[in-house]
Design a protein around this ligand. Structure first.
Ligand code: AMP
Ligand code: ZN
Length: 116
C-alpha cells in the first residue's frame, strides 16, 4: 500500500502523529478535525496515500465504497440522527489543504445553510 513519509495524514494513520481517533480498520482511520466547523467534525481518511479525487483509479473502487458505507454508521454512532453533511475538497482551487484524500463528516443540530 502506497504511503508518503512526508504526508501529515499518512503520519496520523500510521500513529506517528497523535489524533483523536473515533474509528479505525484495515482500510481507513476516522479522527476528529483539529479545527472543527461543527459540533461533530470528523475526517474519514484512507490509509493509502491518494492525493485527491483526481488521482482515484478503478483499483480504489472498493475502498471508496467502504468509505461511503462507513459514513452513515459513524454518523449514527456520533448521535447525528437528523442527518449529516459530507465534504471533499479537491485541489487548491477546491480548498484542499492536506493533499491526502479525506472526507469531512459534519453534523450538529444547527448546520443551517453553511458551506464549509
Ligand atoms: P482540507 O482543506 O479538505 O484539505 O481539510 C484539511 C483538514 O484537516 C482541515 O479541516 C484541518 O483543520 C484538518 N487538520 C489539519 N491538521 C490536522 C491534524 N493534525 N489533526 C486533525 N485534523 C487536522
Ligand atoms: Zn498521505
Amino acid at each position: 500500500m502506497l504511503t508518503d513519509p512526508d504526508c501529515l495524514f499518512c503520519k496520523i494513520t500510521a500513529g506517528e502523529i497523535p489524533s483523536d481517533q473515533v474509528y479505525s480498520d484495515e482500510y481507513v482511520v476516522v479522527f476528529k478535525d483539529i479545527n472543527p466547523k461543527a459540533s461533530v467534525h470528523l475526517l474519514i481518511v484512507p490509509r493509502e496515500h491518494i492525493k485527491s479525487l483526481n488521482e482515484l483509479e478503478e483499483k480504489h473502487d472498493s475502498l471508496i465504497a467502504h468509505c461511503m458505507r462507513l459514513l452513515p454508521k459513524i454518523a449514527k454512532e456520533q448521535g447525528l440522527d437528523n442527518g449529516f453533511r459530507t465534504v471533499i475538497n479537491t485541489g487548491a482551487g477546491g480548498g484542499q489543504e492536506v493533499f491526502h484524500l479525506h472526507i469531512h463528516l459534519l453534523g450538529s443540530n444547527d448546520l443551517g445553510d453553511a458551506w464549509f
